[in-house]
Design a protein. Structure first.
Length: 165
């Protein structure tokens, strides 16, 4: 199976304070334009998706909507993509096909390290190592293997700028 970890595109700053204001942040027009280019880049690489799992935060939902141009299956919202990586999130990922997870930092980088390195690392070590695999807004990590800690391989790590060149 192939797994795509995708950080939401560039969003507008929150209007107001608090978690609700942050959750309601839409993508900026610049973020929309740039992420459409990322999707075109993935299309050029012949990427298609069987499933998109997305965080419920508006900026992730809007990113997933743009990404749906690659979708040949379903799209679902999961609250687990707005939280630190957990076994519950891993249970939601099918064991075959091409799946995209649209979420947020630092959680996606922590998930990336966990899937690559496995359980022998503690949560705090995953967080520190995750900083070495930064996913910029609109960035994509492409993994292959079994979606189990330590059983995936990094196929590519695309900063969003690659798709704009």
């Amino acid at each position: 199976m192939e797994l795509f970890l995708i950080r939401h595109a560039l969003a507008l700053p929150p209007e107001g304070a608090g978690e609700e204001a942050d959750d309601a942040r839409p993508l900026s027009p610049k973020g929309v334009r740039r992420f459409r280019k990322a999707v075109k880049g993935l299309q050029a690489l012949r990427v298609s998706l069987n499933l998109i799992l997305t965080s419920p935060k508006r900026r992730a939902l809007e990113t997933a909507e743009i990404l749906s141009a690659l979708l040949e299956g379903d799209s679902r919202v999961t609250p687990h993509l707005a939280l630190p990586p957990s076994p519950t999130l891993l249970e939601e990922i099918p064991r075959e096909g091409r799946v995209a997870l649209v979420g947020h930092e630092p959680y996606l980088s922590e998930l990336l390290v966990w899937l690559l390195m496995g359980d022998f690392l503690g949560t705090s070590a995953r967080g520190r190592l995750g900083e070495r695999f930064p996913l910029k807004k609109g960035g994509v990590a492409w993994l292959k293997g079994e979606p189990v800690p330590g059983r995936m391989f990094l196929k590519a790590l695309f900063p969003p700028r690659v798709f704009r060149l």
